[in-house]
Design a protein around this ligand. Structure first.
Ligand code: ZN
Length: 108
């Protein structure tokens, strides 16, 4: 089984370091990760207007909705919940750890 080497997980807080959104100073929450594409969806980053087709069966109103676009994982850096700084991710026995302060980055 192929093991994903992606170090960013859903619900992580990340800083945008390149591309669209790099001027955003605060951390943003990761909404979804697409390891096969090397992409992530980050809350409020690269929001585009998307035309939504009306679908009464699913109670979807037609119109224009805001929708985040996927950005490259290489453009984001994880913010460590312990030291509150953008950090590189290390691994210790399969657990993600902060390379600055060695704190575990995984919740459990
Ligand atoms: Zn840290």
């Amino acid at each position: 089984m192929e093991h994903s080497r992606v170090n960013i997980h859903k619900d992580d807080t990340v800083k945008i370091i390149a591309g669209r959104g790099k001027n955003i100073k605060e951390g943003r929450r990761v909404l979804a990760v697409f390891p096969n594409d090397g992409k992530v969806l980050v809350e409020g980053v690269k929001v585009v207007k998307k035309h939504v087709r009306q679908n009464p069966a699913k109670q979807i109103k037609g119109g224009i909705a805001d929708q985040e676009s996927r950005i490259a994982i290489s453009n984001v850096q994880l913010i460590c919940p312990s030291c509150q700084k953008p950090t590189r991710v290390g691994r210790d026995k399969g657990v993600r750890v902060c390379k600055r302060c060695n704190a575990s980055l995984d919740k459990s």
